[in-house]
Design a protein. Structure first.
Length: 368
């Protein structure tokens, strides 16, 4: 999510970037020798470069902005872009868990069912609410038309909290009508701010959180300014008991459908049928994953009541992706589907240092 300073006119900040100092100096001192140019440019770069670490966060560090169990009810999907918008995106480990210009950390819930039941967005630390917005519409599918309607309100419904020591945190994409705090409220760590929603520019249900100190956006995993490069020395801003670490891979949902599936169908998995009629037009097993990387293997099987596999698919991923959906299935056979208890199996495998790490889900289905 970019351009947050356009969202909250009350607290205008300047995005962190490095100006083209070499060209700038050359325009104003045309008669100086090249060696002097280089010395001046290098000195200027040092002067404007962000410090190795931001100052220590207040109150022992920050905690996660969702009331959930990480890697069970919620997952970290995207991290800040450590390279900045002018270079190929990379997270602080030079990995793929980000995208160009992303300044925050995205904590996702499983699907729209979590939205229906209410997923609490909570304060990452104590402080005072300095901005709050509610009333922005939610869009469950991003199109050119919805992006135009969203305009510069990319954050959607959200909150900004000012903490001690010049720190602030910002929370985005909350449910319309759910924001539970107002300007000037004093909040405690873990206090409910609202609910996860689909407001602003978002393609999946999550809360986007950013941290800033003295107006500079900071990567909470390293303590360094966002855009200052990957594989730098690290000093985490997360509290020791926060349980927040580098995101792992996840097979977070699987289900059946009677036709091919898309992203919206997956996020609506609460409505995935637990039973299908004998003459359903198709039988499709889908699986949804976070953080797959090149070389990972997904195995999908649909088993009939006798235990025979009627559809099998194995995919070895040739590229890394923060989110991915795959499926296998068959069209309706002439006699129809055999009645009874069916089963879908999804297994995601990663090979690490000579051993196999697996995630698996078994999905039951009744054919009537």
């Amino acid at each position: 999510m970019n351009g947050w300073w356009q969202i909250w006119p009350r607290r205008v900040q300047i995005p962190l970037h490095r100006p083209p100092l070499n060209n700038h100096l050359l325009e104003f001192v045309p008669l100086v020798k090249k060696t002097i140019f280089r010395l001046l440019a290098a000195a200027a770069l040092v002067a404007v470069s962000p410090p190795a670490f931001a100052q220590v966060p207040p109150d022992g560090g920050f905690t996660k902005p969702l009331k959930c169990m990480l890697d069970r009810d919620c997952w970290i999907i995207n991290l800040p872009d450590a390279q900045g918008s002018d270079e190929k995106a990379a997270d602080h480990r030079c990995g793929f868990r980000t995208y160009n210009g992303h300044k925050g950390t995205d904590f996702a819930v499983r699907d729209f069912r979590a939205l229906d039941s209410g997923a609490d967005v909570v304060a990452a630390g104590p402080g005072i609410v300095t901005a709050a917005r509610d009333g922005a519409e939610e869009y469950f599918k991003q199109t050119p038309e919805t992006r135009k309607l969203i305009g510069r309100k990319a954050c959607g419904n959200g909150v900004i909290i000012e903490h001690n020591g010049g720190w602030e945190s910002q929370y985005c994409h909350m449910r319309k009508g759910s924001v539970a705090v107002k300007l000037g409220d004093r909040v405690t760590r873990g206090q409910k701010l609202g609910l996860v929603g689909m407001s602003g520019r978002t393609q999946f249900p999550h809360v986007h959180i950013e941290f800033r100190v003295d107006g500079k956006t900071v990567d909470p995993f390293t303590g360094a300014a966002v855009g200052s490069g990957c594989n730098r020395p690290q000093r985490s801003l997360w509290a020791e008991n926060a349980g927040v670490g580098y995101p792992t891979f996840a097979l977070y949902a699987a289900g059946f459908a009677d036709q091919s599936v898309n992203v919206n169908a997956v996020y609506s998995s609460a409505r995935s049928p637990v039973s299908l009629p004998r003459h359903a037009p198709g039988l499709v097993l889908w699986a949804a994953m976070f953080g797959v990387q090149r070389g990972d293997v997904l195995k999908l099987r649909i088993l009939d009541p006798a235990g025979a596999a009627i559809s099998v698919r194995e995919i070895r991923f040739d590229r890394s992706q923060a989110r991915r959906i795959e499926y296998t299935g068959r069209k309706l056979p002439p006699p129809g589907w055999a009645p009874g208890g069916w089963k879908g199996e999804a297994v995601l495998q990663r090979f690490v240092n000579g051993r196999t790490v697996s995630r698996s889900i078994v999905v039951p289905l009744i054919i009537k």
